[in-house]
Write a protein that binds this ligand. Sequence first.
Ligand code: 5GP
Length: 182
Amino acid sequence: MIYIITGPSGVGKNTIINELSNHLDFYFSVSHTTRPRRENEVNGKDYYFITEEEFENLIKNDQMIEYEQYGDFYYGTSKEELSNNSSIIILDLEVNGATKLLEENNNFKGIFIDIDDYELINRLKNRGHDADFIKKRMKLANLQREKKELYQYNVDNEDIKTSVRSEEHTSELQSPCNLVCR
Ligand code: 5GP
């Protein structure tokens, strides 16, 4: 089963996926991006960091199942990533790409993560963003929330301890939804 996790920037998608990895066996779909690698990131694990020319070649050769421009960079999922044998594959995508992919594949499951505005503004501030950037991201977040209804699961990530219910960790767990979805 393929699960697409999405939500406005800053809601904690990464934290949820990291926490899920403590309780569940799954393959994390590694995206391609033209964004420069951050210091703590590993090529091939967090992303495949490639040039714009390489990204355009992947598109030209029909190797991408979806891609989007987000901020100044391209992000996309290759068809090869989704051909992994794992019974659970998890994707972390921004809302446009996630929604398109979900609409095109009705056997995929969509999980939309969100938090309230006050908390989202605080998290963006803590990431060191300025007021102007935060204003733009909040405007975008409100547009992204319009897609929420299209997702099978909506998760409020107010507190990671309650978002991912570790007490329900059992070997029979079949789905990330047992952990994150109400
Ligand atoms: P960041 O630069 O912070 O790692 O990611 C920026 C945004 O790009 C995040 O919202 C993340 O979910 C999204 N993203 C990462 N990989 C992909 C991808 O393959 N396709 C799409 N559409 N979005 C992605």
